[in-house]
Design a protein around this ligand. Structure first.
Ligand code: C2E
Ligand code: MG
Ligand code: MG
Length: 741
């Protein structure tokens, strides 16, 4: 019996396809043969079937292998770490990323524990997490800090795991969230800073509407977030800065997108404060303005603090005067200014004499009181433009600036010496001090700051060496001139008491008739040793020391006594002119009332006196001076404008002050000749004066020619050596009587 062929595939399709590859089966009449043939046919079909089965198995295997390869590839190259862990975190399997996350090769990691790569803080978290994974059999997740081998900063990772069905392992995905974490932290930090920063921040949109502000903004301005949002950025504008300020600011913002500076703003409560403001611009992708961010802080206090520091660094705390620092700065400035203006300056160094004794006997606090008082006294001796500083201890300096008049140095020095010798009242005690002053001049003595300071110091020591309580000039000639002047001042004091003054008279001739009914009284000083001293020398000193008041009073008494005589003896309308200094007008106040009284006592009318004044007086005339001049007019006393043409002559003054006579200055008369410009000038002055109803007197006529020209020009009166020099009263009388003039 022929064995049965092996069971054929039950796949009907397969069999059909196999049979199609064979010749169709032909049944044989011979039964044995027929069996064998069928069997053979069956075997052949079977063979073909097997082959075909094999082929599809092979194909299936290849595709399986392909997918496995693809899966492994995906698994290995996945951007997240895949781990298969045991319940004790033993690593069974992991992908390449996972190995990288732990900092080792994959081969090194099998059977290691994942927990071994965690930071100490993460370990308990992980243990809890892993036990939950195996207990609950549901997906669990947590965040951990991984410490990869050989890399220092820990990796922040998020892990997610689920246990396998058999409960023996779990699969875990590890995602690196370091960057996200750090971004989150940065954001959190930025927000924290924004909220907590002491600086006010205001963010506005492109239309300059506020979109947010931080708490510091609220604290500084008083506006809450709700109040500020939606408002225009001009909400805080104080109005202290002008339009140009804002224009400059906006120009900067529109061109470079940035501006910073100081600005006055206004709080909600109306207070105005100074802030330091920085504005930056944030642009969008199209480079259009998206936001403007303003950051500011209140610097009012800071400014005050800076001011205090500056004050402390530059000013003396005891006296409030500028200190040594400031002294150098101011001196350098003033030297430059002096050079620019062409006006000299004087530097005075002052040192108190024996100040140590005050400290030793009365104590330092009283010494301090004295220094404070001294500072005040010094300030009283100088103009507001001068600079008084304290160098330290009992050393002070004075810078006398813009010296129009060199005499003023001596005046100030003497004033200081005088002021400081007055007793100091020091909380119940009295102290007497004196000071030694060294004086030097810029640019005369030096144009170098250090040399100038050295000069003043040296001069100050010279003053000390000469016996203190005095001033000493650095330059010998200045020192000599000052000494001579001081001598003059001393002698002048004696002069009045010792009757050393005289009056001389110079006739004023009526040029039309030749009559002499007027004379100018001029003072002379008969000095006991120097002989006759010119008024040009001593009048300025008398003015500077104030002695001119007493001297002027004497001149008035003497001249009125004389005019009374001449009115009786010579002519009833005789007139004497007296020169009155501007200082007399300024210091005397109502002194003229006594003059009127005096004239009344002598029975003299106002017309017996003419007061000669200078143009300078009219220039600076304040109401008191105007009042005095008009009082003279009302009393019938005439006023003559002396030295006309040398000052800032102005017609309006002549009208305003009711001037009676103009005296053309000698300098014009001297140069008179038929072709000279001065003649034209004299003529013009005369015409103009006559138009205003003013008579003209020409001074300093020395020649017949000058006299003739002046007569031709219509001049009313003449005075000068041609007629007579100023002479004593008796000689004047003799000249008159002899008809010599
Ligand atoms: P002044 O008031 O302009 O007086 C005229 C000056 O010219 C006088 O000088 C006089 O002597 C001088 N003089 C007169 N004729 C001629 C001349 O033909 N040629 C020249 N070269 N000079 C002539 P003097 O007396 O030396 O007085 C000078 C100045 O002193 C006066 O100028 C006046 O400003 C002032 N002065 C004189 N006496 C007094 C006074 O009592 N009080 C005041 N405050 N100042 C006085
Ligand atoms: Mg005169
Ligand atoms: Mg004159």
């Amino acid at each position: 019996m022929i064995p049965k062929p092996p069971p054929l595939s039950s796949d009907h399709n397969l069999r059909q396809r196999a049979e199609q590859q064979l010749a169709p089966y032909q049944p044989s009449p011979d039964s044995m043969d027929a069996d064998a043939k069928r069997l053979l046919h069956e075997l052949q079909v079977h063979q073909i079937e097997l082959d075909m089965q094999n082929e599809s198995l092979l194909a299936a295997q290849t595709s399986l292998e392909d997918s496995l390869k693809r899966y492994t590839e995906l698994y290995d190259r996945a951007p997240v770490g895949y781990f298969t862990l045991g319940p004790d975190s033993t690593i069974y399997q992991l992908n390449l990323k996972a190995a990288k996350q732990l900092g080792l090769f994959r081969s090194q990691l099998k059977q290691q524990r994942f927990a071994g790569f965690l930071s100490a803080e993460s370990l308990p978290v992980f243990n809890a997490f892993l036990s939950a994974v195996f207990t609950h059999r549901t997906a669990q997740s947590c965040e951990l800090a991984l410490r990869p081998v050989g890399q220092s900063p820990a990796l922040a990772v998020q892990v997610e795991a689920v246990a396998d069905d058999d409960g023996q392992s779990c699969r875990m995905i590890v995602v690196d969230i370091t960057e996200r974490k750090s971004n989150e932290e940065k954001l959190e930090l930025a927000n924290l800073v924004y909220q907590a920063i002491g600086e006010a921040i205001m963010v506005a949109d492109a239309d300059n509407r506020i979109i947010t502000v931080n708490p510091a903004f609220t604290e500084l301005t008083g506006y809450t977030l709700q109040e500020a949002v939606g408002q225009p950025t001009t909400l805080l504008k104080s109005g202290r800065q002008g339009e140009t300020f804002y224009q400059t600011m906006w120009r900067a913002l529109e061109t470079i997108g940035h501006w910073q500076g100081e600005i006055w703003n206004r709080r909600k409560n109306g207070d105005i404060y100074l802030e330091w403001l920085t504005i930056s611009t944030v642009y969008d992708e199209q480079n259009k303005v998206r936001h403007r961010v303003a950051m500011f802080s209140d610097i009012t206090d800071q400014k005050h603090a800076e001011q205090t520091i500056w004050q402390q660094a530059n000013f003396d705390s005891l006296t409030g005067l500028p200190n040594r620092n400031m002294f150098y700065e101011r001196l350098a400035q003033e030297m430059k200014k002096s050079q620019r203006l062409g006006l000299p300056l004087a530097l005075l160094f002052l040192d108190l004499d024996h100040f140590k004794d005050i400290n030793d006997t009365l104590g330092h606090s009283k010494g301090d009181l004295l220094l404070k008082d001294m500072a005040q006294r010094l300030l009283m001796c100088v103009r507001s433009t001068d600079i008084v500083t304290r160098l330290g201890g009992d050393e002070f300096t004075v810078i006398l600036t813009e010296l129009h008049e060199p005499n003023s140095i001596e005046r100030v020095a003497q004033d200081i010496l005088h002021q400081l010798t007055q007793p100091f009242e020091l909380a119940g005690d009295y102290a007497y001090v004196s000071v030694s002053i060294g004086i030097t001049l810029y640019p005369e003595d030096s144009n170098d700051i250090d040399t100038l300071i050295k000069n003043a110091d040296q001069a100050m020591y010279a003053a000390k060496a000469q016996g203190r309580n005095r001033r000493h000039y650095f330059t010998a000639s200045m020192q000599e001139a000052a000494l001579a002047r001081m001598q003059l001042v001393n002698d002048l004091h004696e002069a009045l008491a010792n009757g050393q003054f005289r009056l001389v008279y110079q006739p004023i001739v009526d040029l039309a008739t030749g009559d002499i009914h007027k004379a100018e009284a001029l003072i002379r000083w008969q000095h006991p040793t120097r002989g006759l001293v010119s008024p040009a020398e001593f009048i300025p000193v008398a003015e500077a020391t104030g002695m001119i008041i007493d001297i002027g009073e004497w001149v008035f008494q003497e001249a009125t006594r004389q005019v009374a005589q001449w009115r009786a003896k010579q002519h009833v309308e005789f007139q004497v002119s007296i020169n009155k200094s501007p200082v007399q007008f300024q210091k005397e106040g109502d002194g003229h009332l006594a003059w009127f009284e005096h004239l009344r006592e002598l029975g003299l009318p106002g017309q017996s006196i003419v007061v000669e004044i200078t143009e300078g007086l009219l220039m600076d005339a304040d109401t008191a001076i105007t009042r005095q001049l008009l009082a003279f007019r009302d009393a019938g006393i005439q006023v003559s404008l002396d030295d006309f043409g040398t000052g800032y002559s102005s017609l309006s003054y002549l009208k305003k002050f009711d001037i009676d006579y103009l005296k053309i200055d000698q300098s014009f008369t001297r140069n008179l000749s038929p072709e000279a410009d001065d003649l034209a000038l004299c003529e013009a002055i005369i015409v103009m004066a006559h138009k205003l109803g003013i008579k003209v007197i020409a001074e300093g006529i020395e020649t017949e020619e000058q006299c003739d020209l002046l007569i031709a020009a219509g001049c009313d009166y003449g005075q000068g050596y041609l007629f007579s020099k100023p002479v004593p009263a008796d000689e004047f009388e003799r000249l008159l009587e002899a008809g010599r003039i």
